[in-house]
Design a protein around this ligand. Structure first.
Ligand code: UDX
Length: 436
């Protein structure tokens, strides 16, 4: 099919390339001139495993093109996917849906034939209904310009894999024709056995925020347990292993540490709390405020623990491993690692950061911090080493070699994944979070 993807950030660029790979003709729409130039040249303006190859291949092969013209988008596509961002508003917890509104408002006047516009962005419940009204009102095609909501569940680091073989497809519609169009579009994925949930707009919108809220709750639950473990001499990793064997609970997303960050989980749960307030059901969502508070507390706790390890933060040398919010990504949005590094710096510590991929993005967000070219260089003469993003590379570093580089062999493992026994045998003092 001929489809367009409006907004080519993490979500849109991946969706565009993955749908080209599935055999569709794709036109991506991007208004940012720098991003547009790089995409047109077949280059991906961020790090995401497998994406550069996929996108480059389909741009070279001609199945994927980019533009900044809504007129061209409307003329080209049978289906239009809206993948623009919905960031947290600066002055409140609410999500800013301006980019979604702008996309619909600018596209609609060019829609002269029957078409389906599909929202993929994460939005406050009720947005789709409003966008459907806007579409009918502003399109020459009127009631033949249909809206569907088809949330995206891709994880950074696995975005290509998640787009090509999602674990479910959720379709929110108000008209059977839109459902049929999406079933035809995803035919190969559906034929491969992917479950499809067809529902109304509100449920489709809620599925996304409910899923992210559940994941965030799981992480904050285990981090709250980590605090209790520390107070009792228990071990949170053993605890997570043991409860994780219960199939009703499951071990995934029970990795205790410095907490969750990124462009989705934190802002989505806050926007959900805000929306619940508008809907008069804030009491039902009170727990999500606690989930957010527990998450924030992990970062603050680490700053306190580090202060205890070095004695005096002012002037202390701190080597930081990791800046991205998670491994296999260069994304530093709301990154707990970078937040902790920034706080330590503000309190007078001399912080040196190394991240295998995110030094560049981190330096844009925090230009006053200092960045090293290797894991070892970040730790030279350090009083303490902080392991804050669990890149595999850090597990390869030899604790005994590193002991010769630092001033004091002290490690704080903020992700609880290093081999603490091996580090202790090499003479290190090791702190985990919630560890015995
Ligand atoms: C998330 C959702 O998983 C995805 O379905 C949705 O579409 C977008 O938001 P993503 O932001 O890529 O994806 O990251 P995710 O893998 O969920 O991790 C989020 C954060 O939680 C990271 O900072 C990660 O380090 C942290 N995390 C994850 C933990 O602290 N412990 C865990 O056990 C799991």
């Amino acid at each position: 099919m001929r489809i367009t993807v409006i907004g080519c950030g993490y979500l849109g660029a991946t969706h565009a390339a993955a749908m080209a790979e599935l055999g569709h003709e794709v036109l991506g729409m991007e208004t940012d001139p720098a991003k547009l130039a790089s995409l047109t040249a077949g280059e991906v303006p961020m790090f995401e495993p497998g994406l550069a190859d996929l996108l480059g291949r389909h741009v070279a092969g001609g199945r994927l093109r980019f533009t900044d013209s809504y007129e061209e988008v409307a003329a080209f596509g049978e289906l239009h996917f809206v993948c623009v961002g919905t960031p947290q508003r600066p002055e409140s917890l609410a999500a800013d849906v301006t980019q979604v509104e702008t996309a619909i408002t600018r596209l609609a006047p060019h829609l002269t034939r029957p078409t389906v516009v599909i929202g993929k962005s994460t939005v406050p419940v009720g947005t789709a209904e409003r966008m459907a009204g806007l579409l009918t009102e502003l399109s020459p095609a009127g009631a033949d310009a249909l809206l569907a909501w088809n949330p995206e569940f891709l994880r950074e680091g696995y975005a290509v894999e998640d787009s090509m073989s999602p674990d479910r497809i959720v379709i929110g519609v108000a008209d059977d024709r839109a459902e049929k169009a999406l079933r035809d579009f995803y035919a190969t994925v559906i034929d491969a056995g992917t479950p499809v949930v067809v529902t109304d707009y509100a449920t489709a919108e809620l599925v996304k925020v409910a899923a992210n809220s559940f994941l965030a709750t799981k992480i904050s639950f285990i981090n709250a347990m980590a605090e209790v473990c520390e107070a009792t001499g228990a071990d949170v990793v053993d605890l997570a292993d043991a409860i994780g064997y219960d199939a009703r609970i499951g071990r995934r997303f029970l990795q205790a540490g410095i907490g969750f960050g990124g462009g989705c989980l934190p802002k989505d749960i806050r926007a959900f709390v805000h929306r619940a307030g508008e809907l008069g059901v804030e009491d039902a969502m009170t727990f999500l405020r606690q989930v957010d508070d527990i998450n924030q507390r992990q970062r603050e706790r680490v700053v306190g623990i580090v202060a205890g390890m070095v004695g005096e933060l002012a002037g202390a040398r701190i080597g930081v491993w990791g800046a991205a919010f998670k491994p296999d990504s260069d994304d530093v949005r709301d990154s707990p690692a970078l937040w902790i590094a920034g706080q330590l710096h503000l309190r007078g510590a001399r912080v040196r950061i190394y991240d295998p991929r995110a030094n560049g993005t981190a330096a844009v967000a925090f230009p006053t911090l200092s960045y090293a070219d290797s894991a070892v260089e970040a730790c030279r003469d350090a009083d303490v080493v902080l392991h804050l993003t669990e890149w595999p590379e850090f597990r390869e570093v030899s604790p005994s070699d590193l002991a010769d580089v630092v001033a004091r062999p002290q490690l704080l493992d903020g992700r609880n994944v290093l081999d603490h026994d091996a580090w202790r045998s090499a003479g290190w003092t090791v702190r985990g979070l919630g560890r015995r």
